[in-house]
Design a protein around this ligand. Structure first.
Ligand code: ADP
Length: 202
């Protein structure tokens, strides 16, 4: 998702699907979030894009997270809770969303449940975009968009994913929300599988 995509999509909250896209860095979640957002009329909310915008704007939040992001580490759960709570409130009661990049830790998943629960809602589904690790490294080397694609940063982000984020797979499976998608396929095929997993026509 490019800069500002989140702002444009934010005006369109007609749909009510509430879903999380889960997957390692380079799995293509952002691409799928953008496509599904159009089709399902729900905003794609990328916490990575929101933080990058904050960094570009030089805001207090941006200054706080800049170094953490450049190192491939995670911004603390408390900061992310504020960012996400504020962003979800903008879609109003019952408005749907596709979350890309949040939650990334078990405490973040618990926070999300609380935010939704307080409003009387719950998640409809968690779509796991599965891609083998060799393919992720290959994609990272091919795309090289800047600082955060340096090899050691890519490795750090994959390590953080394995340690902090991958436990969410079991967590959401336990809640009966997990749908696993094969992300090692052409973009359109992945989208098709996602729609099927949501029980929607392609
Ligand atoms: P990807 O390239 O894997 O899609 P993102 O764009 O989602 O990565 O995120 C980029 C960086 O922003 C992360 O490496 C992390 O430093 C920070 N970040 C984004 N979302 C979160 C989150 N939910 N918790 C902590 N840090 C986050």
């Amino acid at each position: 998702m490019g800069d500002g995509a989140d702002e444009t999509d934010a005006t369109d909250c007609a749909g009510s699907l509430k879903a999380v896209l889960l997957g390692p860095p380079g799995s293509g979640k952002g691409t799928q979030a953008a496509v599904l957002s159009q089709q399902l009329k729900v905003p794609a909310i990328s916490t990575g894009d929101m933080l990058r915008e904050a960094v570009a704007a030089g805001s207090e939040l941006g200054l706080r997270v800049n170094g953490i992001m450049a190192a491939g580490s995670l911004v603390d759960d408390g900061t992310m809770a504020e960012v996400v709570r504020e962003r979800l409130a903008r879609c109003g009661r019952g408005g749907g969303f596709l979350l890309d990049g949040y939650p990334r830790t078990i405490p973040q998943a618990e926070t999300l449940e609380r935010i939704l629960g307080d409003a009387g809602y719950r998640l409809d589904a968690v779509l796991l975009v599965a891609v083998p690790e060799e393919e992720l490294v290959r994609r990272a080397v091919a795309r090289k968009r800047g600082e955060d694609d340096r090899e050691e940063v890519v490795r750090q982000r994959l390590r953080v994913y394995r340690e902090k984020t991958a436990p969410l797979i079991g967590y959401y499976r336990g809640l009966g929300l997990l749908r696993e998608i094969d992300g090692h396929q052409p973009v359109a095929k992945v989208t098709e599988q996602m729609l099927a997993a949501l029980g929607l026509p392609a």
